[in-house]
Write a protein that binds this ligand. Structure first.
Ligand code: OAD
Length: 267
């Protein structure tokens, strides 16, 4: 292997050595990490909502917002069903699997955390447990009125405006709609882990639109750590990272894992 995307072997070997040396790694992921599982992204390469409104003539951020959900839940549900439909049957790819391996294997010996914006559940499906799902998971449903909750494999059994089997009120997925607060438990875990510090941050397949996604990259660097971006295109954080691996995540994680194995066998 000499080249993956725009990445040469020397650059990969350098990042592999950083992974091997690190004590604590934070991997921040977005829609791009699931692109090679067949899922669409929101923006950038493979982005379905780039510069265009939804079929309802409003931006996707509005269709998926807390205020529209309160006013017109059926409209929001239309796009929730669409997003779930795009995820249905998707399997974790090599990027999810390598990250899960890093968490469970003795090597690299770092503690590995994942901060994901994805609601597709693929990191959990791959086996990652040190996982902060900051936007929630589509596969968990809750009632908007009573304590009813359920975990579902998919939405095939749901009506266009699904109601609670216990009290009949509207149900919704445990995901963060635009303009809603982030989940308290996830934020508390993120703050606790950021306080403990990370010496390597990998930003993978995200356009880094949100401050809580861009901030840990800058924070790790201020604390003397390193930051690497894995993405086919440049993003909001490209100018601040130490290295950019320009290419698809699953391919690059496969190549990186091979370099790590070479690095260990040579040590
Ligand atoms: P975006 O769709 O904004 O960005 C996806 C990124 O993945 C882009 O930078 C692409 O270039 C990159 N990409 C595409 N294919 C890739 C591949 N094979 N490997 C690696 N990278 C690839 O997705 P997010 O940054 O996750 O929020 O978006 C953040 C949030 O915006 C989402 O969680 C969602 C959305 O609106 C909410 O729903 C609250």
């Amino acid at each position: 292997m000499s080249q993956i995307g725009d990445v040469d072997r020397e650059t990969l070997a350098r990042v592999a050595s950083w992974v091997i040396e690190a004590r604590r790694i934070l991997c921040i992921t977005g829609a791009g990490v699931s692109a090679e599982s067949g899922l669409p992204t929101y923006r950038g390469v493979g982005g379905i909502y780039d510069d265009q409104d939804t079929d309802d003539g409003i931006p996707i951020e509005l269709a998926l917002s807390g205020q529209v959900f309160r006013r017109d839940p059926q409209l929001t549900w239309r796009y929730l069903l669409q997003i779930e439909n795009a995820c249905r049957g998707a399997q974790p790819n090599a990027a999810h699997r390598v990250l899960a391996d890093w968490e469970s294997a003795a090597r690299p010996s770092a503690e590995v955390w994942i901060l994901t914006q994805n609601v597709d559940g693929l990191h959990a499906a791959a086996g990652s447990e040190k996982l902060i799902e900051i936007h929630g998971d589509l596969h968990r449903l809750r009632c908007t009125r009573c304590p009813w909750r359920d975990a579902v494999a998919d939405y095939s059994h749901l009506s266009p405006l699904p109601s609670c089997p216990s009290c009949g009120a509207l149900i919704r997925p445990e995901v963060i709609l635009f303009n809603e607060p982030l989940p308290m438990t996830a934020v508390a875990t993120l703050e606790r882990e950021l306080d403990a510090g990370f010496d390597l941050v990998l930003s993978v397949g995200t356009s880094s639109q949100f401050p809580y996604i861009a901030h840990p990259v800058a924070l790790a660097q201020r604390q003397g750590g390193r930051a690497v971006e894995i993405n086919p295109t440049s993003t909001a954080i490209s100018s601040v990272v130490d290295l950019q691996l320009r290419g698809p995540a699953a391919e690059l994680f496969t190549a990186l894992q091979k370099e790590i194995e070479v690095g260990h066998s040579g040590s």
